[in-house]
Write a protein that binds this ligand. Sequence first.
Ligand code: SAM
Ligand code: SF4
Length: 335
Amino acid sequence: MRELPNKLVDRFGRSVDYVRLSVTDRCDFRCVYCMAEDMTFVPKPDVLTLEELYRVSQAFVELGVGKIRLTGGEPLIRNNILSLIEQLGQLDGLDQLVLTTNGSQLQRMAGRLHEYGVKRINISLDTLHGRKFRHLTRHGNLDQVIAGIDTAVATGFERIKINAVILKGRNEDEALDLVNFARQRAIDIAFIEEMPLGLIDEHDRALSYCSSDELREIIGRRHTLQSLGEPAGDAGPARYFSMADSPTRVGFISPHSHNFCHLCNRVRVTAEGRLLLCLGNEHSVDLRAVLRSPAYTPEILKRAIIDAIAIKPERHYFDNSGEPDIVRFMNMTGG
Ligand code: SAM
Ligand code: SF4
């Protein structure tokens, strides 16, 4: 029997030590860049159970993964998600249990997330205007999300970061206000270029494209941004900048204009257990089939993961044509 490695390394020499785990494809919002208004979700029996999610996490951690981000859909609306988080918080070898959320449930959950070992949270917020917020999220309530952010700030997480997707003509005029919102709370903020994932008809992605360089220029007119260097594996694909008069860091995630595939250290697992090797490619392996096979053992699962890493593509190619490069939606992908 071949010995199992304690590290995942792909054929381009990149170590994979970070997994983004989608715990549901469902969401209480329908953000215009992420979902269509009418979505068909994965039938519940096809979604990984909490126990299966734990088994997958454990397998990855035993293969050297030190960071797991829970995402979705909206991870905090998954039934009993706190029980999974409590279990993951006790997983030996998992140094960083982190979460990306739309913030709608944070008022009631932030305390327990912190208690169970979540250290860092990313919270999505694209606008500070109630009506625009309702429009962009289709269902969201801005006051509830801001109250959630403020509860999280008061809870004392190691790091909180706002994620803002900026669309031309919709919210690019709010870039500075969003930076100020983050500065007032001494938290970080990252601006994300919209990615061509999933077919949406609410707007034309080619026309709404707003580059990170444009935003950096707008913010740079008001604040002197000091580069913190090129992205490192740990910081993800964002390029970060500091400001001399605030602890807030401003990041730019630029899948179109700056490609950092050569530093990629991550893979994604969709809610139905598909291991995606790259955000912008379809290469994947069905881990649910392994988990639900009568022959399942933790070792077989780990071997399936090791074999999958061997097909991780070198890079993605997004274009700005407005056409979806990838038909799956972001909520399926596990943002
Ligand atoms: N529901 C949670 C949230 O909104 O934070 C977690 C899942 S969401 C898919 C994760 C991140 O992906 C969010 O920050 C969201 O703004 C971003 N996102 C969704 N669709 C996107 C797209 N087409 N391009 C760029 N970012 C996108
Ligand atoms: Fe839901 Fe997050 Fe997608 Fe918005 S971005 S629809 S909150 S999964």
